[in-house]
Unconditional design. Structure first.
Length: 263
């Protein structure tokens, strides 16, 4: 396997030129706001789709919106048909997220998992910290999910990207934060973002990459905002909950969800 095949591109020219690309067979924890982590993972996903590789995306933060991938794909001279290789799903409860991760790890002979090399799990821990979930139960589900993530990274020779926002509610406990950091092969902490200019620290080498210098010294409010689509409910196919208490609104939520079509 060549170095190009082993590494997964950041998808953003700045990060790609400044920091070494993450390698398959590992779990990468990307720490930052939802907007900034989605910005990076969106382009990582598009890099793989543009090359015809399957990508799996598990959403735990109600932010799954494949339409945001269309513009980056267009910049890579790829049409909406590239989304045929995107396998995305959402869980509405902590139990469903845990089951989806477990199911992906338990697959035996999945051609798309064999061909792919990127799995994205966005906002994995947010539902495990929900106030409706007992702390001990949430911590146990997070630890089990992280074990499955490490297993699938090795099993499918893929990079598993897990995103987390420590500043968003519900807040993660210290033990959950520690479990996430200990499970990761590497961590990318996004310190700031202004449009495409990102300041980020890659912990494995202790390097902080500063954003590109602006040619124009004039600063406006636009420098501090990132245009983005409003998140909306798209295709979902979560496993059935163990009981109605696991997902009291599961039936109505699933009823409301719509399947996104790439055709």
């Amino acid at each position: 396997m060549t170095k190009e095949q082993q590494n997964v591109s950041w998808g953003i020219r700045f990060l790609k030129s400044k920091l070494p690309s993450p390698e398959v067979g590992n779990m990468l924890l990307i720490e930052g706001s939802k907007r900034s982590t989605r910005y990076i993972t969106r382009y990582m996903i598009c890099d793989e789709l543009a090359k015809g590789r399957p990508v799996h995306w598990i959403d735990g933060g109600m932010g799954l919106d494949p339409s945001t991938l269309i513009r980056p794909l267009a910049h890579k001279k790829r049409g909406i048909e590239a989304l045929d290789n995107l396998h995305a799903c959402r869980g509405f409860t902590a139990h469903q997220i845990a089951q989806i991760v477990k199911r992906l790890d338990s697959e035996v002979d999945d051609e798309d998992l064999v061909k792919g090399r990127l799995i994205v799990i966005s906002d994995l821990a947010s539902m495990f910290a929900d106030t409706q979930v007992k702390h001990a139960e949430g911590s146990a589900m997070l630890k089990e999910s992280l074990a499955h993530i490490q297993s699938m990274a090795n099993k499918w020779n893929s990079l598993v990207v897990v995103t987390v926002n420590y500043q968003a509610q519900p807040y993660l406990s210290k033990s959950m934060k520690l479990d996430l950091k200990n499970a990761a092969s590497d961590r990318l902490t996004i310190l700031s973002q202004s449009k495409g200019a990102i300041t980020a620290k890659l912990h494995s080498i202790g390097m902080t990459a500063e954003p590109l210098v602006k040619r124009d010294s004039q600063v406006s409010l636009q420098d501090f905002t990132v245009p983005d689509h409003i998140s909306k409910v798209v295709w979902t196919d979560p496993p059935e909950a163990n009981s109605s208490s696991d997902n009291p609104n599961g039936d109505s939520s699933a009823e409301a969800a719509r399947k996104a079509s790439a055709s």
